[in-house]
Ligand binder design. Structure first.
Ligand code: ADP
Ligand code: TRP
Length: 359
């Protein structure tokens, strides 16, 4: 990754509450790492959330909470263009234009819609937003001219639809010339599935998560409840298959500390070269304490930053609004080319307000 040329990297996050350790290790931390190496665009997909979040207070609260989370975990809003999707009206405009080149068959086969149908919902129960979700996502990406889109494996098909929509548009309106940049998905197949407290994939849907930003007492409780085997105290433990060890090694950035814990597991001793006296035994309780301390150390500062932002949502809005102005400048250029190509007039000033009318 370090040798990759500087590219325009973009990703969107649905505002769905406080993330957990699985989201952090599997998605947030790698995405933040990428923003440091590239020209980056990161946005909160609040229009997408409308397909599933009908409650207006919840939508606002979750948008703030997700923004505060990313800010707390290290997004630099001066370096990264950080914005709210609904503040960029060029996106839904492009979504409509793309709908007019995207085959219905492609959307009929999209997982988002097929999953809704699989849950015994009929077309009368499913809103059109669920059906056209991939087109709005394509517009998010194409309006900003992204080169690379880091996403989880579950979003692979959405990226294929995006590429197809861009190619169809370029073919119809550009005679093959690239009016819309055809982006690449960046799916890290190596990202392991982070286990939850029951050992299965950590997921909100399985209620087995360790949420970020817990109070110390709650972290203690959550780590104590991680499922382990019944190896007696002082006997060697198997690190590879153990959830506590996996979480610890992913969080602890120094390989020495991971190796030190591995030796304790393998010997069943706190000091692996020390005595066989019971005080030197090492067991699950000690391993869990090591993980607890690691989580506390890792998230204490972000937790305070998160809390500060949440007490000051105006500051979050100010940052997002500033980001939206930068995103609109970029999207405005792309949309000007698109409007020109399809034969729509260009005589709309970028703010959307006609100075002659408002004067
Ligand atoms: P959840 O399963 O809790 O609903 P989401 O589907 O909202 O989580 O996932 C958001 C992001 O976090 C996605 O990019 C997904 O790939 C990543 N992610 C979620 N859970 C894990 C996990 N257990 N291990 C690795 N990555 C994960
Ligand atoms: N659909 C993505 C998800 O569920 C969120 C998203 C919306 C997105 N628009 C995007 C991701 C554009 C990458 C690029 O996680």
């Amino acid at each position: 990754m370090a040798t990759m040329n500087r590219k325009r990297v973009l990703t969107g996050i649905k505002p769905t509450g406080i993330p957990h350790l699985g989201n952090y290790l599997g998605a947030i931390r790698p995405a933040i790492e990428l923003t440091r190496q590239h020209d980056s665009f990161l946005f909160i997909a609040d229009l997408h959330a409308l397909t599933i979040t009908p409650d207006r207070a919840a939508l606002r609260a979750q948008t703030h909470s997700v923004a505060a989370t990313w800010l707390a975990l290290g997004i630099d809003p001066d370096q990264t263009v950080f914005y709210r999707q609904s503040d960029v009206p060029e996106i839904p405009l492009l979504a409509w234009i793309l709908s007019c080149v995207t085959p219905l068959g492609l959307l009929n086969r999209a997982h988002s819609y097929k999953d809704a149908r699989a849950k015994d919902q009929t077309d009368d129960d499913i809103n059109h937003g669920v059906f056209s979700y991939p087109v709005l996502m394509a517009a998010d990406i194409l309006a900003l001219g992204a080169d690379l889109v880091p996403v989880g494996k579950d979003q692979k098909q959405h990226l294929e639809i995006t590429q197809e929509a861009a190619r169809k548009f370029n073919l119809r309106y550009g005679g093959g010339e690239e009016i819309l940049r055809v982006p690449e998905a960046l799916i890290d197949e190596r990202v392991m599935t982070i286990p939850g407290i029951d050992g299965q994939k950590m997921s909100k849907s399985y209620e087995n998560t360790i949420p970020l930003f817990l109070e110390d007492k709650q972290i203690d409780k959550a780590t104590k409840s991680i499922k382990t085997d019944s190896t007696p105290y002082g006997e060697p433990l198997v690190p590879e298959t153990d959830t506590v060890f996996q979480l610890f090694s992913l969080l602890a950035e120094s390989p020495d500390r991971v190796e030190a814990l591995r030796s304790r597991y393998l010997t069943g001793r706190k000091d692996p070269t020390g005595s066989d006296a019971q005080e030197n035994y090492f067991g699950w309780g000690d391993a869990k304490k090591a993980l607890r301390d690691e989580i506390m150390a890792h998230f204490r500062a972000p937790r305070d930053i998160y809390a500060r932002y949440m007490q000051n949502p105006d500051e979050i809005d100010r940052l997002l609004t500033r980001g939206a102005a930068r995103a609109r400048a970029r999207a405005g250029d792309v949309l000007a080319r698109v409007r020109e190509a399809v034969g729509l007039p260009l005589n709309v000033c970028p703010s959307g307000i006609d100075p002659e009318v408002s004067a």
